[in-house]
Design a binder for this molecule. Structure first.
Ligand code: HDD
Length: 750
C-alpha cells in the first residue's frame, strides 16, 4: 500500500506544479513550447481506464458468449463518431440550407446529439439523493465465524466493496454540510452473492413501521407550495410531524446533536439500525446489530461552520472523501456486531430488539470487531457508479437473515420497487456497478435495457430442452436457506406491540450521556430549528415533548424561544447513561487533518519548509495560505487570502503577519469610531477569529505572534505561541487528538 504522507505530498506538489504552470505564460510555438496543434488532433491511444467494476456476464448459463468483456469507454483521440460508429467531419455546425438558411430536419447527427442530451438526467433518489461513493476492500478477522456462516466473514477473506454516503432530505445538488442524518450504504460483492448493509450514521430511526415512511419524508422535504426550505429540518412541517408522532423524538435528538453535522464521512459511525438474525454452519441462530467504527474517531463540525460551508464549499464532504483517497490517506472503519441470544421474546436487557427507535447501549452488549473496511479507490465516473448504484436491504448472503422488525420488513419491498422508476426497468442489476461478483444463473428474461443475450429455449424449471439447467443448489453448495423461524399464530391486526409505546426513555438516555458542551450544542440546535418555525403551536408542542425528556433541556430551549417551559406529562424515565455515546473525552489519530499555514515573503521560509515537512510526516495535509497565489520563494501557495477560508481547516499556524493589501479599505476602530489603518491584513484576522470561535487549535511563531496579539486571543485555551515552528506544531498536533479545544466553548449546561 502507498505511504499516505508521501502520497499527500505528491498531490500537493503536483498541485503546486499546476499552479506554476498556470502562472507561466504558454504561447504555442514559443521557444520551449510544442508547435501549435493541428486540427483535428492526431489520433492516439486512450488513457488507461481505471479497473472496471466487476466482470460483466460474458456467458449464458449454457456457455454461449453474450457480449464484449469490457464496456469501458472514454474520450479518445481517434475519430469522433455517431452512436452507430460512423465517423464525423463536423460536430459544430448544424446542416442548413445555405450558411444563413434554416436547419434541415434530415441532420441525423444534430438530432442524435440533442436527443441524447435531452435524456441525460434520470430521476434523483426520492430520499438520499445527494451522495458520494468510493470503492474499497473488506478484510474479515474471522471472529464472527461462530455466529454466522457468511463466507465473507471467514478469517482472512477479502471482499470488494462499494460504499455510498449521503444526506437524506436534500436534492442531488444540495449542500453537504446541512443538519441531517447521513446514509452509509455498503455493497459487499461476496462470492456467495451481494450483501448490502444499507445503514445510517444514526442508530435509530424516526418511525417504527415502514408504512409511516412517506409521512416522515413528506414532512421533512420542502413545503409543497413554495418548495422551501431545501435540505433542512428547520421548518414547520418537520416539527409538526415529529412533535405529534412522538416515536420520532429519539432520532430527532440525535439529529439535533453534533451527529447531525459530521466533520467528514471519514469521521462517522455507521449503524445497520435493525436487529438481524445470524445463522452459523451448525444452524444455530443469534440476533445481531451491525456497527461501523471509524478509525479516525467520530467528529463533527460546529453549527456555524456547517452553515458557512454550505455557501463556501457545498461539496465539502464529497471533496474531502475524494481528496483523502486520491492522497492515499485511505479511510478505514471496523465492522462490529452486538450479539444477543435469539429468544422467543426478542428482547435484551428489557429492550425490544424489533423496535428500530431503540439502541442497546454498548456498555450492556459490547461491539465486537469482525473485520476492517478500507476505501482505496475513487469512482471513475460519478454517474455510472455513485448515481446508478442500487442498494437493497434484501440483498443478503447465506448466514445473515432478517427479523420481523416492521421497519425492515417494509424496506424489503421499497428498495427494489424504487429502482424500477429511478433506473427505468427491472434489469438494473445488470448495470456494471450493480453486478454481483458471484456467478449469476437466473431465469429472469427480457425487459427494458436487457444487456445479456440469453441463449437456450427453456428459461423455466423443470425443463428437458435445456438439459434440465439450471439445477437447485444442494446443502453443501452454500445456498441461501430460509430459516424455519416460528411465525406466531396471531390474529391479523394493524397494531404495534405495547413495548413500542415508550418514546422518551432513550431520548433521555442520549441526553444524559452527553458532555456539557455537547448538551449546549443540542440546546442551540433545538432553539435554532424551532425558532425557524412560523407556528407557535408547533413550538409549544415540541417543548412539551422536551419536557418529557429532560427539564433542563426543555427550560433552556423555552428560554431561547421566549416561551414558558411546560411540565412533563409523564414521570421522567429512570435511565442509565451510556458514556460510549459521547464524542468527547478520547484521543484519535490526526490523519488527513488540514493545517493552514499563513506565510508571506517576510516569513522565515526555512522554518515554514520544516513545519510543512513535519505536517506531511504526521500524515496531515499542509495548506500554505498567502496574500497571493503562485509561489512564495520556492514554496507553492495552495490558498490565497481570496480563496482560503477558515472552515476547511482543522488548525491554523501563522508564520507571518501580512500587512493589509495597499488598496485595502481602512478598518474601523470599534472603540473610537474613527478610521485607522490596521497593520495586519483583515482577512488574516478573520481567519484567526473564525478558527478561535470554532475552537480550533491555533499556533504562531516569529512575526505570526503579532497577528494573535492583534486578534486578542493570546493566553486563551488552545492558542500556542512559545517556541520554534516545530515546537508550536507539536503542541497543535497534540491538541488535534481531541478534535477541538473544547475548553474554549462556553458550556453553561451540566
Ligand atoms: Fe432507506 C435509500 C438507509 C428506512 C426507502 N435508505 C436509502 C439509502 C440509505 C438508506 C443509506 C441510500 C442508498 C444509496 O446510497 O443509494 N433507510 C435507511 C435506513 C433506514 C431506512 C438506515 C432505517 C433503518 N428507507 C427506509 C424505509 C423505507 C426506505 C422505512 C421505505 C419504506 N430508502 C428507501 C428508498 C431509497 C432509500 C426509497 C431511495 C433510493 C433508494 O432507496 O435506492 O427505497
Amino acid at each position: 500500500s502507498r505511504n499516505p504522507a508521501k502520497a499527500v505530498k505528491d498531490v500537493v506538489e503536483s498541485a503546486a506544479e499546476k499552479v506554476s504552470d498556470v502562472l507561466t505564460p504558454k504561447v504555442p510555438g514559443a521557444p520551449g513550447m510544442p508547435p501549435p496543434l493541428e486540427e483535428p488532433t492526431t489520433p492516439h491511444d486512450p488513457p488507461p481506464p481505471k479497473p472496471e467494476q466487476g466482470a460483466p456476464q460474458t456467458r449464458t448459463p449454457t456457455g454461449a458468449r453474450t457480449g464484449t468483456p469490457s464496456r469501458a469507454r472514454g474520450q479518445q483521440g481517434a475519430f469522433l463518431t455517431t452512436a452507430q460508429g460512423a465517423r464525423l467531419r463536423d460536430t459544430d455546425h448544424s446542416l442548413k440550407a445555405g450558411p444563413r438558411g434554416p436547419v434541415l430536419l434530415q441532420d441525423h447527427h444534430l438530432r442524435e446529439k440533442i436527443t441524447h442530451f435531452d435524456h441525460e438526467r434520470i430521476p434523483e433518489r426520492v430520499v438520499h439523493a445527494r451522495g458520494a461513493g468510493a470503492h474499497g476492500t473488506f478484510s474479515a478477522y474471522g471472529t464472527a465465524e461462530n455466529v454466522t456462516r457468511a463466507g465473507f466473514l471467514r478469517k482472512g477473506r477479502e471482499t470488494e466493496v462499494f460504499v455510498r454516503f449521503s444526506t437524506v432530505l436534500g436534492s442531488r445538488g444540495s449542500a453537504d454540510t446541512v443538519r441531517d442524518t447521513r446514509g452509509f450504504a455498503t455493497k459487499f460483492y461476496t462470492d456467495e452473492g451481494t450483501f448490502d448493509l444499507v445503514a445510517n450514521n444514526i442508530p435509530v430511526f424516526f418511525i417504527q413501521d415502514a408504512i409511516k415512511f412517506p409521512d416522515v419524508i413528506h414532512a421533512g422535504k420542502p413545503h409543497p407550495d413554495r418548495e422551501i426550505p431545501q435540505a433542512q429540518s428547520a421548518h414547520d412541517t418537520f416539527w409538526d410531524f415529529v412533535s405529534l408522532h412522538t416515536e420520532a423524538q429519539h432520532h430527532t435528538m440525535w439529529n439535533m446533536s453534533d451527529r447531525g453535522i459530521p466533520r467528514s464521512f471519514r469521521t462517522m459511525e455507521g449503524f445497520g439500525v435493525h436487529t438481524f438474525r445470524l445463522v452459523n454452519s451448525a444452524g444455530e441462530t443469534v440476533l445481531a446489530k451491525f456497527h461501523w467504527k471509524p478509525k479516525l474517531g467520530v467528529h463533527s463540525l460546529v453549527w456555524e461552520e456547517a452553515q458557512m460551508l454550505s455557501g463556501i464549499d457545498p461539496d465539502f464532504h464529497r471533496r474531502d472523501l475524494y481528496d483523502a483517497i486520491e492522497a492515499g490517506a485511505f479511510p478505514e472503519w471496523e465492522l462490529g456486531i452486538q450479539v444477543f441470544p435469539d429468544t422467543p421474546e426478542e428482547t435484551f436487557a428489557g429492550i425490544d430488539l424489533l423496535d428500530p427507535t431503540k439502541i442497546v447501549p454498548e456498555e450492556l452488549a459490547p461491539v465486537q470487531p469482525v473485520g476492517r473496511l478500507t476505501l482505496n479507490r475513487t469512482p471513475t465516473n460519478f454517474f455510472a457508479e455513485s448515481e446508478q448504484v442500487a442498494f437493497h436491504v434484501g440483498n443478503l448472503p447465506p448466514g445473515i437473515d432478517v427479523t420481523n422488525d416492521p421497519l425492515l420488513q417494509g424496506r424489503l419491498f421499497s428498495y427494489v420497487d424504487t429502482q424500477l422508476t429511478r433506473l427505468a426497468g427491472p434489469n438494473f442489476p445488470q448495470i456494471p456497478i450493480n453486478r454481483p461478483h458471484a456467478p449469476v444463473n437466473d431465469m429472469l428474461r427480457d425487459g427494458f435495457h436487457q444487456q445479456a443475450i440469453h441463449t437456450g429455449v427453456a428459461p423455466y424449471r423443470p425443463n428437458s430442452l435445456d438439459g434440465g439447467n439450471p439445477f437447485p443448489a444442494g446443502d453443501d453448495d452454500h445456498p441461501f436457506t430460509d430459516l424455519p423461524v416460528r411465525v406466531a399464530e396471531a390474529p391479523k391486526v394493524r397494531q404495534s406491540p405495547a413495548s413500542f409505546d415508550d418514546h422518551f426513555s432513550q431520548a433521555r438516555l442520549f441526553w444524559l450521556s452527553m458532555s456539557p458542551v455537547e448538551r449546549e450544542h443540542i440546546i442551540r440546535a433545538y432553539t435554532f430549528e424551532l425558532g425557524k418555525c412560523y407556528h407557535q403551536t408547533i413550538r409549544e408542542r415540541q417543548l412539551r415533548c422536551l419536557a418529557n425528556i429532560d427539564p433542563v433541556l426543555c427550560a433552556e430551549v423555552a428560554a431561547g424561544l421566549g416561551l414558558p417551559a411546560p411540565q412533563p406529562a409523564i414521570p421522567l424515565p429512570d435511565v442509565t447513561p451510556s458514556p460510549a455515546l459521547s464524542q468527547i473525552g478520547r484521543e484519535w489519530p490526526a490523519d488527513g487533518r488540514m493545517i493552514g499555514i499563513v506565510v508571506d515573503s517576510d516569513a522565515d521560509l526555512d522554518t515554514v519548509r520544516e513545519v510543512r515537512r513535519a505536517v506531511f510526516g504526521a500524515d496531515m495535509v499542509p495548506l500554505l495560505i498567502a496574500p497571493h497565489g503562485g509561489m512564495i520563494g520556492d514554496l507553492a501557495v495552495q490558498r490565497s487570502f481570496a480563496t482560503g477560508r477558515s472552515v476547511e481547516l482543522d488548525a491554523l499556524l501563522l508564520a507571518a503577519a501580512p500587512p493589509p493589501a495597499p488598496d485595502a479599505l481602512p478598518a474601523r476602530d470599534a472603540k473610537a469610531g474613527a478610521a485607522r489603518p490596521v497593520p495586519v491584513d483583515p482577512r488574516v484576522l478573520l481567519l484567526v477569529e473564525e478558527c478561535w470561535r470554532h475552537a480550533k487549535a491555533i499556533g504562531a511563531w516569529g512575526p505570526g505572534v503579532t497577528v494573535l496579539e492583534q486578534a486578542g486571543v493570546i493566553g486563551s485555551p488552545g492558542v500556542v505561541t512559545g517556541g520554534s515552528g516545530d515546537q508550536v506544531l507539536t503542541a497543535v498536533q497534540h491538541l488535534l487528538a481531541t478534535h477541538r479545544v473544547w475548553d474554549r466553548f462556553p458550556a453553561s449546561v451540566s
